[in-house]
Design a protein around this ligand. Structure first.
Ligand code: URA
Ligand code: URA
Length: 242
């Protein structure tokens, strides 16, 4: 049920109760569920939690979070940038936050950095359709400044939930912010690029952010090497799974 439907239902049930009293018309548990739902909450096994936490599909999760108003970025955004790609993908890419073009279109990595990302994927015979792409923050920070710790703290539970639903086999973190957030570390990007990490038991490779490559083309070569490593690891995972 979307938010408007729930609000309508809630209003209707209230009117019925005012008119007819509790016994006659209103199922108390239905009313309570509607009241909770109107606040974005749900009750499971006697415990009240935010409804999005129990989403089982990406579509449902999107419905429940795309009107998010938890942090001030909601005021300045045009679109909430949930993420895009194959919900069944083995591979998930995580970037930092939407930029201007992403904010306008509601899709991650569609600006200049995104075009470069497409080329990076193509270099290892992958395309956007093969993967799911999302960001640490769903809303654009003004002037593309770095996400504030408070913004990351409010927003990252959505990403963790997406990853729980997506269950990727392998992940690629694009840039320092994505890597540090997913791996809960303050280690430098140089350090994090070395080796293979794990996010919730899922192998995770770290590379430069494509926007950083636009500023410093010297980083293209090492990025190519990182994604080759990533591709090789993915092929190994696939062959052992078969
Ligand atoms: N909107 C998106 O951007 N992605 C989805 O998967 C669903 C809605
Ligand atoms: N940079 C990011 O980190 N994410 C986007 O979606 C676009 C640019």
């Amino acid at each position: 049920m979307n938010h408007e439907t729930v609000s309508d239902l809630h209003r209707y049930l209230r009117q019925q109760r005012e008119r007819y009293g509790d016994e006659l018309y209103v199922e108390q548990d239905v009313l309570r569920a509607a009241e909770l739902a109107a606040q974005g909450l749900t009750e499971e096994n006697g415990e009240v939690t935010e409804a999005w936490k129990s989403a089982r599909t990406l579509e449902h999760l999107y419905d429940l979070i795309h009107d998010c108003r938890k942090c001030p970025l909601a005021e300045s955004r045009n679109k909430f940038v949930f993420g895009v790609g194959d919900p069944e993908a083995d591979i998930v890419l995580v970037g930092e936050a939407p930029g201007a073009e992403e904010d306008r279109r509601g899709e991650p990595f569609v600006g200049r950095a995104g075009q470069l990302l497409d080329k990076i994927l193509a270099a290892v015979e992958l395309s956007r359709e093969d993967v799911f792409i999302c960001n640490i923050l769903k809303c654009r920070p003004p002037k593309n400044r770095d996400p504030l710790p408070a913004e990351v703290e409010q927003c990252e539970p959505y990403l963790h939930k997406q990853l729980e639903v997506l269950k990727p086999k392998i992940m690629l973190a694009l840039g320092r912010i994505a890597a540090q957030t997913l791996l809960r570390t303050k280690d430098s990007l140089t350090k994090l690029r070395a080796g293979v990490h794990e996010y919730q038991g899922i192998p995770l490779v770290v590379t430069y952010h494509p926007a950083a490559l636009l500023r410093n083309p010297n980083w293209k070569r090492p990025t190519w090497e990182d994604v080759q490593k990533f591709r090789q690891l993915y092929d190994e995972l696939k062959s052992t799974a078969e």
